[in-house]
Design a protein around this ligand. Sequence first.
Ligand code: NAD
Ligand code: UFG
Length: 339
Amino acid sequence: MGKILVTGGAGYIGSHTCVELLSSGYEVVVVDNLENSSKKAIERVESISGKNLDLVIGDIRDEKILDKIFMNQMVDSVIHFAGYKAVGESVEFPLKYYENNVSGTILLLEKMKEYNVKNIVFSSSATVYGDPHEVPIKEGFPLKPYNPYGKTKRMVEMILEDLYESDKSWNIALLRYFNPVGAHESGLIGEDPRGIPNNLTPYITQVAVGKLKKLSVFGNDYPTKDGTGVRDFIHVKDLALGHVRAIEKIMEKPGLFCVNLGTGKGYSVLEVLKAFEKACKKEIPYSIEPRRPGDIAKCYADTNYAKEFLKWEAMFGIEKMAEDAWNWQKNNPDGYGDN
Ligand code: NAD
Ligand code: UFG
């Protein structure tokens, strides 16, 4: 077992991954500037797992912070979550996105190289496929991200591919996540978006808890089963376990690999709404509104490569995702309360 540096470890996916890493026996050091997260998430990660981790509050774009970490801690591998993730904001402020997601990653990689830490798991996204010509989406499909956020993800993938070509002693996992939802079953950690949520499931749970009035369903004229958008929703715990599996794989020195992390199942917006109504035991008001610009009809993963190569498969279905998301929201109506 080694020590893992988790950048962005206080965030939504990072905090759930820290729980699974600690529970699997890894030592963890988190670097997070808490720009989009709360220190409370780390305290709760420690209470769930019954283990401590080192939290460094700081920015990955700060060379001194990275020097301090790599000099003082015997880091074996890095899981790199830190970055911005709001698609709409990336269209408005592209430089902010390229600067954090791309330049921030370059500095991290330079420091890893300097300290001879050459194992990295990178948070990529299904958004790199753009609007796929067919579903399910295989890893070899054409890559056509169409917003600045998606382009930053693809650019980092390309940087990592070139880095690997230049030095085959790197071990690099590119994990393309589909739509992460749900929360830890304890209800202690979960998704805590700032302001009005952009994503479907936090919007639904905030309607259910009474913070928002009704859900707008963006479009019911897509070529899908009921006309609403179809996505591959994956429980955040499954996603977190995918990272533990990727770290185990990295220890086998596999070189560079790229896998989809999804369930392989597509659910429509209305199906998701129904699953949440069942979990919350209440009706969730909604109205049909025009399509949201930039949305695609269908997106779900081909999971065969993840099963074969990574020996990983999602365990949880939409019911459990809805139950756990609701359990988190009802116990923490204001999230961590320090937004
Ligand atoms: P999040 O915002 O909850 O977590 C990101 C964390 O990184 C936050 O705690 C934030 O404070 C921190 N951070 C941001 N910039 C930083 C910097 N320069 N230095 C230090 N810390 C910094 O987001 P998340 O949903 O947990 O996503 C994690 C990663 O997964 C991101 O890279 C995101 O792009 C990617 N991803 C997310 C989704 C999704 O739908 N949530 C889908 C695909 C990929
Ligand atoms: N939707 C609504 N109403 C809402 C919010 C969303 O109807 O209030 C619909 C969308 O139109 C879409 C579906 O719900 O059809 C899912 O939308 P999300 O915003 O939850 O998720 P996206 O699929 O648009 O994007 C998410 C992340 C991206 C990531 C992508 C990966 O936000 O960062 O998944 O597949 F890249």
